[in-house]
Design a protein around this ligand. Structure first.
Ligand code: ADP
Length: 448
């Protein structure tokens, strides 16, 4: 059996690497003498020509570093200011610039050149996410024939959105160089097939197979997940350690946890909560919303705007409704340790996961896994999260519809124990059967 070679934008660099992908892939990587490659997050003066090994850890890791210019053009530019907005239905936020695309291709070519010499014929290669769309194409050009799989952690755009991208056809061509293209949801498979056919001029061969000369690839959904059992145990332990004063008698908690990204629908959530408070004076002082949102991608202008908008809205709602004993929204602008998050999820009666567009949304899964089975909270979930395809027993909402969201908040807060339990058990069953180990196994089995 060959090795698994895994690529992702950022590589976990510590002595004990952690994070969702480490949980999913750690075992496979350490069993087969596998290899994980990614950027370190540090920038360098000159583009390197070799991968550098990261010492220690349970499996072999190799890093490559970006120059400052590559970071600005390839990463902040093409990846985060073109592909990310396009893939999240925000073509209006795309910043199309030729130097972004040039750098994106050049970084992928440089990576392929460093990678090709260390690939052995029986190795399997698993490329993660939108930073590396051209990687298989570049490797094939260098004569690498190994099986190559790609997993996109974001949604995939349909042909109408793809038309906004000057090089949409090229993206389809790049993708066809992978043997397997894994997406989060069936909706993404449909969109990708339609784009491959309409924009890439590929032939749809049925059963997820497309032919785009000279290659054939397979497109399939593999919904990513978490280790639900591990997260449940963590939440059970951590609820005991929450600081005093977070849980108050006669006060329900609603929680939102999202990077401060425009795709997450935080302003829409705040507006709906404002509407709820307008409608229900009897709930004043009896419910608070904790929104935990660390800033992200601070070099990209659209992220300054979303930060300003959310700060303004939370300030306005608190200004309108707060009194000396109660502020309706606690808006926390920093990361919180995973363990504390687990405890907070369990202490919250309602989990608000209301993105405008999201590949999967793991917070939805973490929230459910963290609940107390005897007295579970309610998940309010956007129909636009990939997770909604699997988590039908959540309270499904349309984040654009403020009135519906406000009504759903009341429904969630008032839901009977028996209904909460019923929904929780159905959701938890899904999470334990299709967890993160299932996900990586399903993908690698399909890759063959
Ligand atoms: P995305 O990958 O777009 O950020 P997901 O919901 O799929 O969205 O994954 C987010 C992950 O980041 C979850 O595991 C969540 O627990 C974690 N996370 C989000 N916000 C915070 C925060 N404020 N502090 C710590 N972890 C966070």
């Amino acid at each position: 059996m060959g090795r698994l070679i895994c690529l992702s934008n950022r590589i976990p660099t510590g002595a004990n690497p952690s994070g969702g992908l480490v949980v999913a892939l750690g075992d496979v990587l350490s069993e087969n003498g596998g290899l994980w490659i990614g950027t370190s997050g540090e920038t360098v003066k000159q583009p390197g020509t070799e991968l550098r090994e990261i010492k220690g850890g349970p499996f072999k890791r190799m890093r490559f570093d970006l120059t400052e210019e590559e970071h600005a053009l390839y990463y902040d530019g093409y990846s985060n200011s073109v592909l990310w907005p396009l893939f999240h239905g925000r073509t209006d936020l795309m910043q199309i610039q030729q130097d972004y695309l040039d750098s994106y291709k050049q970084v992928n070519r440089r990576l392929a050149k460093m990678l090709a010499p260390i690939i052995q014929p029986e190795d399997r290669i698993w490329v993660h996410d939108f930073h590396f769309l051209p990687l298989a194409y570049e490797l094939r050009t260098l004569g690498v024939h190994s099986p190559m799989g790609f997993f996109l952690h974001t949604p995939f755009p349909g042909p109408t959105a793809m038309q906004a991208l000057p090089n949409g056809r090229e993206i389809c061509q790049w993708l066809s160089n992978f043997d397997l293209v894994g997406l989060q949801a069936e909706r993404d498979v449909r969109a990708c097939l339609a784009s491959m056919v309409e924009i890439g001029e590929a032939s749809d061969l049925g059963n997820g197979f497309v032919h785009l000369a000279p290659r054939q690839c397979r497109i399939e959904a593999f919904p990513i997940s978490i280790d639900a059992g591990e997260f449940k145990t963590l939440a059970e332990q951590e609820i005991e350690k929450l600081p005093a004063g977070i849980v108050k008698p006669n006060r329900s908690l609603m929680i939102g946890v999202d990077r401060l990204d425009y795709s997450k629908g935080v302003p829409q959530r705040f507006r709906a909560f404002g509407e709820f408070l307008e409608r229900h004076e009897d709930w004043h002082r009896h419910v608070s919303l904790i929104q935990i949102s660390p800033p992200t991608r601070e070099g990209v202008p659209a992220y300054d705007d979303i930060r300003e908008e959310t700060e303004h809205l939370s300030g306005r709602i608190n200004g309108q409704f707060a009194d000396i004993q109660w502020a309706p929204i606690r808006f926390i602008n920093r990361p919180v340790p995973r363990a504390v998050l687990a405890g907070l999820y369990r202490a919250s009666q309602v989990g608000l996961v209301t993105p405008l567009m999201d590949g999967m949304n793991l917070v939805a899964k973490e929230y459910i896994a963290a609940q107390n089975p005897e007295n579970p909270g309610v998940l309010m979930l956007s129909q636009f999260a990939g997770a909604a395809e699997q988590m039908e027993e959540a309270l499904i909402v349309n984040p654009h519809d403020t009135e519906q969201m406000a009504t759903a908040m009341l429904t969630a807060l008032m839901m009977s124990l028996s209904e909460r339990r019923e929904r929780y058990h159905a959701l938890m069953k899904g999470l334990t059967t299709q967890d993160v180990h299932w996900w990586s196994k399903a993908f690698l089995t399909a890759l063959g």
